[in-house]
Design a protein around this ligand. Sequence first.
Ligand code: SAM
Length: 209
Amino acid sequence: MKHKIIVAGIGPGNPDYMVPEALRAIRSARVLVGGRRALAQFAEPDRQELMPVGGDIPAVLSFVKERLLHFDVVVMVSGDPGYYSLLDALRREFPPELLEVIPGISSVQLAFARLALPWHEADLLSFHGRVPSAERLRYAKGRLLGLLTDGRYNSHTVPRLLVAEGWPQETELAVCSRLSYENEAIIRTTLGEADRFPVCTHCILVVKA
Ligand SMILES: C[S@@+](CC[C@H](N)C(=O)[O-])C[C@H]1O[C@@H](n2cnc3c(N)ncnc32)[C@H](O)[C@@H]1O
């Protein structure tokens, strides 16, 4: 019998925002893979074999491949697996029939929910370890953006970059950080004034022209 890789979305961080099916899969896992924070939160080291996900993705993939010969492997990813997660690399390495994906609430979804804003017309882009093309960043009246950030492309540098691409300084900006956690913060400002607030590295920026 073939074993499966179960990719479980754990949502934005607080387990209250996680679907019960993901929690069931994690609890019943014999082999559990995930970021250090997720492992600290959910792993049971006495009965589970653990693999932390760091910078060495090939090492994680070969661990999964090897363990899959004997067991199902549960891979925890933050937010939703379909939105910038390890699922991408797993899809390149394994056939889809070996993968079972349990969706999670994406940090982007939660950001739009906090702002009570529908996101069906939003353009969702990532600055997490990449930069969207100038074409995708172009200003147009009425455009709505949801952006992932990182240490380099953060709540100070991304607004500056958008202004350089022609977005007006007074464009509305929401900086949504630590979503779902007790210290969640949502700052409503503009592209031109974003750097009057402390820099936020890993957050969601919602930009509304
Ligand atoms: C590799 S991406 C993972 C996205 C994830 N798959 C999702 O659907 O939310 C990591 C980025 O997601 C965003 N992020 C993840 N959790 C967050 C949270 N609780 N609050 C704000 N932003 C978060 C940050 O922009 C972070 O740099």
